[in-house]
Design a protein. Structure first.
Length: 274
């Protein structure tokens, strides 16, 4: 605690990342509760929980790191609880949007089962070992075990989220190709614009996921470099940006699907008229 108080550059960096996290978290909350007419569903509550974690995680970290909340037996478990609601819902956000473009129910159930397993198997030990290692002096070797386990769980969630994003990109590419085939009948010149829009959605998805992967790699590097205070402030910022990206990507995909459905109905009407 004394070390971070004397390190002004690190303290300012933590403050900057915390401010970004809070801004993104509050913005996502406003977007969710204003734009969504019905406050229910896996996607809605995964985003809501994740955004609350993005807001609360850096708050409790600052309170503990700067000695404002000196009772570690209370503050450390709260840090790990907010870590849980920040990290775990991210994979479920990625999973929930797959339902829009993926019709293979058996594969979706299989993926859901894997996510349920990793959500429990890698979050419960993280919370228990982390709380014991940082809040109590039960066993001095727990500090080393906790450091290794943090790297393991961070890597697992990174790989899991990257694979989900890759699957989403693959399924979106199939959707774009199908949409292009549906738009082949030369009803009006606007179909070329729709094809361009579909391709735009696909490339937008690619660029956004590349950004997320770069941020995750940076977070992994900070974690493996043992920059404890920096990664504590940087992680909520990264997860906030990832949530914001997912929100933007999903909104664009929904608009694209709605446009495609309207276009399909237009084709049917013209063919029936002809």
């Amino acid at each position: 605690m004394d070390a971070i108080k004397k390190d002004l550059p690190m303290s300012m960096t933590m403050a900057a990342f915390t401010g970004i996290s809070w801004y993104i978290g509050v913005e996502i909350n406003f977007s969710l509760f204003i734009l969504f007419k019905r406050w229910r569903g896996l996607y809605f509550w995964s985003c809501a929980l994740g955004s609350w974690g993005v807001i609360l995680q850096p708050l409790f970290i600052i309170l503990a790191d700067f000695g404002i909340w000196s009772n570690l037996k209370a503050s450390v478990p709260m840090i790990y609880l907010t870590w849980l609601i920040m990290v775990v819902p991210q994979s479920w956000v990625l999973f929930s949007r797959l339902h829009l473009i993926m019709q293979k129910q058996r594969l979706l159930r299989y993926i859901g089962g894997i996510l349920l397993f990793t959500s429990i198997a890698f979050s419960v030990p993280t919370m228990i070992v982390g709380s014991l290692a940082q809040a109590m002096t039960v066993n001095p070797s727990l500090q080393h075990i906790n450091l290794l386990w943090d790297r393991v769980q961070l890597t697992v969630f990174f790989v899991q989220e990257t694979l989900l994003s890759a699957l989403y990109i693959y399924e979106t590419r199939k959707y774009v190709r199908t949409a292009s085939l549906l738009n082949k009948p030369p009803v009006t010149h606007s179909f070329t614009n729709i094809d361009a829009s579909n391709n735009g959605v696909f490339w937008h998805l690619i660029y956004m996921n590349l950004l997320v992967i770069i941020l995750d790699i940076a977070l992994l590097g900070i974690q493996y470099a043992n920059l404890f205070y920096l990664q504590g402030a940087f992680k909520p910022c990264v997860y906030g940006i990832k949530l914001k990206v997912e929100f933007v990507v999903l909104n664009r995909l929904v608009k694209s699907i709605q446009t495609q459905q309207e276009n399909f109905h237009l084709i049917i009407k013209v063919e029936n008229w002809g």
